[in-house]
Structures are given as structure tokens and as C-alpha cells.
Design a protein around this ligand. Structure first.
Ligand SMILES: NC(=O)C1=CN([C@@H]2O[C@H](COP(=O)(O)OP(=O)(O)OC[C@H]3O[C@@H](n4cnc5c(N)ncnc54)[C@H](O)[C@@H]3O)[C@@H](O)[C@H]2O)[C@@H](O)CC1
Ligand SMILES: Nc1ncnc2c1ncn2[C@@H]1O[C@H](COP(=O)(O)OP(=O)(O)O)[C@@H](O)[C@H]1O
Ligand SMILES: [K+]
Length: 477
């Protein structure tokens, strides 16, 4: 499991560690990791032009010490100091001793333009709000430069805890993050600014409960259902799909497609698209009598392509099994009915649907995904899987939010969400918790999307078709 901790927790762990170590030891660990990462990126250090962008805090101190190490290896190092009188004094002295030089912001543009590598030490976890004008100008100059950009701890200008970006921010090719990942490095829009992320261990002891966690292959492998000798189709779990309408029969087909590949022993379908479903998937058990009379299931999926059929949503929410609510179902679900449920509820909105439920503009959700997912989970007393460029899964009771590390923008194609709801619903029916079903479903769906797309456009059915390959990739690893 990859984890990320918020600033407050990092600060507390840092204080605890600094009390046990000689002064400056932590910054030297950070600088050693940074210099090594820069050297890897440069290939050859000797003779290369390195420019440090240095703010007045410890983030700038890390950059100065790392610059000193690169200068000792023969790089030409210049530090651009945003506030010369407040730059980390010992770091600056170390850089000068190693043969590096320091300049003010005037004339910085030319240096930045000619650099091979820029080290962004403007701000780290101490950054507040958007970058101040001087710092913003440096970030913009860095973006125009052809140099490789390495961010110290996190790209300056992004919010470490939330992933929000207000105004200009540094766009890094590589972020060398210290001690632990920060939530912003894993959540868009900030994630896009971080480039690839390398974690340098500086010895922090962190609490067991992280702010964010990202499943890895090994975690998913442990969670996936595996049939055994005593399994039969009912014991593996039956998933019911109440989806589709005369207008959107395809949503039903795609949700069933995902469900058949999600580990349940059988898929029941109820709704007006039974003929289309059966024609494509003869193994589906279909019924036209509504969810209440459709026979037993271990989990329901309701909503994809459902149009305005509120009665199916109401019947499903009244059941005592886990329920996944997606698409039209989200609009039709009564909040009090969701809150009153005793079995788990997993809601799977995209940003537009989440915005409608929260009564805010879509951009607000996209700019603050973590807070939005948590807020919605709290309001509905449900687990919320917020889809999009970053997919998050938040439980109502707090706890670590899961962030999905797989996926590809090619998944932004009509119907791929229907496949995900069938897949995650099937995992719910196999007995996974809402948090696990949502995050494992998103993981497989994202991996399947990558396999199916392989750099070219795909349709949602291609994603469903690739789910078994994703499943095997996880279990064979
Ligand atoms: N926490 C840890 O465990 C460690 C932290 N270290 C470094 O220390 C950093 C944190 O250092 P600080 O607490 O000194 O904070 P920062 O250096 O991140 O930021 C504080 C400075 O930036 C300025 N600033 C704040 N917001 C700004 C904005 N919007 N625009 C322009 N300037 C702004 C402030 O005036 C202040 O001088 C970490 O990110 C990391 O790089 C490392 O040295 C090693 C260990
Ligand atoms: N930019 C993106 N990058 C990665 N994944 C994306 C992106 N945009 C959408 N997705 C994923 O594609 C799927 C789209 O689902 P959804 O919005 O419900 O579409 P539909 O309603 O057409 O099925 C979700 O799994 C979502 O996370
Ligand atoms: K930085």
C-alpha cells in the first residue's frame, strides 16, 4: 500500500525525529536524496548548469544543500534567491563553499533559460495559498525553459493536503518527496504538476492511519475473491443489476458486461432492456418484475441508464443487501433513504453528478476532489467513489481515503462508468466491503482501460473485455 500523510502529521513526525538527531541531519538526508535524483536525471553532473529556485524556508534550504553537493561534483550551480536576506543561512554558506553563487530575482530569467536543470525550492509544505507574484514569475519562467525541472518535496504552488492549485505553480518533470507522499502528489489537479514522484526516506515514523492510501498489485491480489472447492454460483454471490431504459438499453448491457467479469457467481438483470442483455449475454438471469420480486441477490447495482425510473431505485435502497448507486440513480436516490440503510451503500458519481448532489459548480468538485468526496460521503452516510482523472473512494466514517493509481484518460469514453458499476457491484456481491469493492473495482477498471487502449481510443466494451487480463496481471504478479 502506498500512503500519503497531511502536513500536520508530517510536521509532528519531523519534530519527533529532529529531537533525536543532531541539528541539520534531516536536511542533509533530504539533500543527499535530492542530489542523487538530480544526478540520475542529468546522467553526467560535471559541467552541467544547475539553477536553484530558493524561497525563504527549509524547502529552499534543501535546495541549497543539494546544490552544494552537485557543485562539488563539478556542476555550475547558481541559486536564485527570492528573499536574499532570509535564505537559509547555513545552506547558502554551504553552496558558496562548494563554489556555487547566488543572485537575486532580477536577471534570473536568463539563467533559467540557459539551465540544464532547475531545482524548485521555492516552497514546500509551508506554502500558503497561491504563489506570491515574485515566486509565480519564477514558476512561469521555469515552464518556458527547456531545462529538466525537479521539485523539492512538492511542486511550489500546489496545496500539499488537498491537491488544489491556485494560480501559477511549478510544473516538474520529477518531484523528490521527503519522508512520505503528500496527498496533493496523488490527486489532480496538483498531481499533474508533480511529474514522476520519487520518495526519499528520511526516517520519519508515521502513524498507522494515513490520510490517503493507494492500493498496489499485492493489496488487490489479497482482496480479490477466489472460488474454492466448496464454491457454487450462489455462494460466490449473485449481483443484481437494475439499469437501462428504452432510451439507454446499452447501459444495461455494459453494466452486466462488467458484472460478469467481477467475480460474482451469477448476474441477475431487471429492467426494460432484458432482450438486449440476453442477446449479448445468455448467461444472465433476467426478470421483468422489478427488483423486489427478482429473486435473491447479495448486492444490487442501480442507476446506469435508468432514466427516470425512481421506483427501482427506491426498491433497491429498501433492500438489506449492499447497494451501488450510479448515474441516474444518484439523482433519484432519496438522501434520507440512503442514510437510513443498514447495509453498505456505494455511490459512484463523476464530478458533474457529485456537484449536482452537493449543490456546487462542477469546477469546485474538480478543484477539490478530496474534500468533495468526504463531504458527500458524510452527507449521505455512504461510501463515495468519485470518478474522473483521479478516482477517490471515501467512507462516511472517515479513515484513509483510497486513491486509484491505475487508469488512463482513454477511459473518458461513453459507457465506461457503466462497466465500472457492474464490476464493483459484482465485487460487493462477492463479499468485499464498499471501500474495497470500489477501490478494487476502480483499480481493475483502470488497468483494463490501459490494456485495452494501449495508446489508442477504445469503447467501453473493450474495457470490459480487458478486465480478465487485468485480473490475471494482478494475480500473476
Ligand atoms: N518536514 C520534514 O520532515 C522535513 C522538511 N524539510 C523541508 O522543509 C520544507 C518545509 O519548510 P518550511 O516549514 O520552512 O516551509 P517552506 O520552505 O515550505 O515555506 C515557507 C516559506 O515560504 C514562504 N511562502 C509561504 N507561502 C508562500 C507563497 N504562497 N508564495 C511565496 N512564498 C511563500 C514563507 O514566507 C516562508 O518563508 C519541506 O517542504 C521540506 O522541503 C526537509 O528539510 C527535511 C525534513
Ligand atoms: N481524464 C480521465 N482520466 C482517467 N480516467 C477518467 C478520466 N475521465 C473519466 N475517467 C474514467 O472513465 C470512467 C467514466 O465514467 P462516467 O463518467 O460514469 O461515464 P459514463 O457515464 O459514460 O459511463 C470513470 O471510471 C472515470 O474515472
Ligand atoms: K518545492
Amino acid at each position: 500500500m502506498r500512503t500519503a500523510y497531511n502536513v500536520e502529521t508530517v510536521r509532528a513526525a519531523e519534530r519527533e525525529l529532529m529531537a533525536r538527531l543532531p541539528e541539520g541531519a534531516l536536511m542533509q538526508r533530504a539533500a543527499a536524496g535530492l542530489a542523487a535524483a538530480c544526478a540520475d536525471l542529468l546522467g553526467r553532473v560535471y559541467g552541467r548548469r544547475v539553477v536553484l529556485l530558493v524561497g525563504s524556508g527549509d524547502n529552499g534550504g534543501d535546495a541549497l544543500y543539494a546544490g552544494a553537493r552537485l557543485a562539488r561534483r563539478g556542476a555550475g550551480v547558481a541559486a536564485v534567491l527570492l528573499a536574499p536576506e532570509r535564505a537559509h543561512p547555513a545552506g547558502l554558506a554551504a553552496l558558496r563553499r562548494a563554489g556555487g553563487r547566488a543572485v537575486g530575482v532580477e536577471g534570473a530569467e536568463r539563467l533559467i533559460e540557459q539551465a540544464d536543470l532547475l531545482l524548485d525550492g521555492i516552497v514546500g509544505i509551508g506554502g500558503k495559498g497561491g504563489l506570491r507574484p515574485d515566486a509565480a514569475r519564477l514558476a512561469e519562467a521555469a515552464e518556458r525553459s527547456r531545462a529538466a525541472v525537479v521539485a523539492v518535496d512538492l511542486p511550489s504552488g500546489v496545496d500539499a493536503d488537498t491537491g488544489e492549485v491556485r494560480g501559477a505553480a511549478v510544473r516538474a518533470d520529477l518531484t523528490v518527496t521527503l519522508g512520505t507522499h503528500k496527498p496533493g502528489l496523488l490527486i489532480d489537479p496538483a498531481r499533474e504538476y508533480a511529474g514522476s514522484v520519487r520518495l526519499v526516506d528520511i526516517g520519519l515514523s508515521l502513524p498507522p492511519q494515513a490520510e490517503l492510501e493507494a492500493l498496489q498489485h499485492a493489496d488487490v491480489r489479497r482482496l480479490l475473491p477466489v472460488p474454492g472447492g466448496e464454491s457454487d454460483k450462489y455462494r460466490r454471490g449473485v449481483v443484481g443489476i437494475a439499469a437501462g431504459s428504452a432510451r439507454y438499453p446499452g447501459a444495461a448491457v455494459l453494466a452486466v458486461y462488467g458484472a460478469l467479469r467481477g467475480g460474482a457467481g451469477a448476474v441477475r438483470y431487471v429492467g426494460p432492456a432484458a432482450d438486449a442483455v440476453i442477446a449479448r449475454f445468455p448467461e444472465t438471469l433476467v426478470s421483468d418484475r422489478g427488483p423486489k420480486h427478482a429473486g435473491r441477490v447479495q448486492a444490487w447495482v442501480v442507476g446506469p441508464g435508468a432514466g427516470d425510473d425512481a421506483s427501482a431505485v427506491g426498491e433497491v435502497l429498501a433492500s438489506e443487501v449492499p447497494v451501488l448507486v450510479d448515474a441516474d440513480g444518484l439523482r433519484l436516490a432519496d438522501r434520507d433513504a440512503v442514510r437510513a440503510r443498514t447495509a453498505p451503500t456505494l455511490m459512484t458519481p463523476h464530478a458533474g453528478e457529485a456537484a449536482a448532489l452537493l449543490g456546487v459548480p462542477r469546477e469546485e468538485v474538480e478543484g477539490a476532489r478530496l474534500a468533495s468526496a468526504r463531504e458527500l460521503a458524510g452527507r449521505y452516510g455512504a461510501t463515495v467513489l468519485l470518478k474522473g482523472s483521479t478516482t477517490l473512494v471515501a467512507d462516511a466514517g472517515g479513515g484513509a481515503v483510497r486513491v486509484n493509481p491505475t487508469g488512463t484518460a482513454w477511459l473518458a469514453t461513453a459507457g465506461s462508468g457503466d462497466v465500472l458499476s457492474g464490476l464493483a457491484g459484482s465485487l460487493l456481491a462477492s463479499g468485499l466491503s464498499a471501500l474495497d469493492a470500489g477501490s478494487v473495482g476502480a483499480y481493475l477498471h483502470g488497468l483494463a482501460g490501459r490494456f485495452a487502449a494501449d495508446g489508442a481510443p477504445v469503447g467501453a466494451h473493450d474495457v470490459a473485455e480487458a478486465v480478465p487480463a487485468a485480473w490475471r496481471d494482478v494475480t500473476d504478479a
